[in-house]
Design a protein around this ligand. Sequence first.
Ligand SMILES: C[S@@+](CC[C@H](N)C(=O)[O-])C[C@H]1O[C@@H](n2cnc3c(N)ncnc32)[C@H](O)[C@@H]1O
Length: 251
Amino acid sequence: MLASRDLALAKAPRVDDRRLKALNRIRETVADVQHMSPAQGETIFDFVLEHQPKDCLELGFGHGVSSCYIAGALRVLSQGKLTTVDIDAAKQREPRIEDLVRKLRLGRYVNPIFEPQSYTWFLMRAIERRRQFDFCFIDGAHTWDTDGFAFFLVDRLLRPGGWIVFDDLDWSYSVSPSLKDADWVKAKPEIEQKTKGVRKVFDLLVRRHADYQTHELNGWGYAQKCPSSVPIRMLEVVQENRLQARKAWLN
Ligand SMILES: C[S@@+](CC[C@H](N)C(=O)[O-])C[C@H]1O[C@@H](n2cnc3c(N)ncnc32)[C@H](O)[C@@H]1O
């Protein structure tokens, strides 16, 4: 009979094999599809393998490349689910997220949600339903108002110890080759075209938030919610008790 340490060692190469096989299969399938490089894909894939989040959330899936890397890692772990949200217009993309997910047989691990307006509305319903997540990858609007708000909403859904990863810290409309000359972008005030929205969210809201430990690497921002932060449900109970005490005092 193997001791637990030997058992772990015996299992290790198998995980390594499965990791490499899964990564290669995803890389081949998404090779010509936009929005995430193979190196970034490997980063998010390994992040999931390392932290083993069960309930994963993604804001902005585009064609679903990043979704496939996240879900592929969940499949290697044989656990978890990714809920991923984009706007209705993502249904017109070629390929669609469902095409990639089907090719990679990842359907069990991915739930794509198409929102008419914005993921902030999905987040509202998730808060109403008291959903909880262990990990959120934010790669959507990249703007101060949408993603600044999204951060506070995601915070309401994130379990203590959970992670948020922000893509594209230094993106702005004015550095985007495909968007910078678009009429609807030019119609925005110059400050909005030039501001790096995710950078502002990360530096001003996340880094300065008492509940988060942060670091950044290769243009991505990583934020871990303090494992000892008070769970949202408990905060709500405290708030409710305060309200009741106040009412009693006023009467
Ligand atoms: C860069 S793409 C996502 C790429 C994807 N994460 C990947 O790496 O394969 C950004 C996506 O965010 C979506 N998006 C932008 N603002 C949004 C919003 N407010 N609500 C929902 N989706 C949004 C866009 O429709 C677009 O598909």
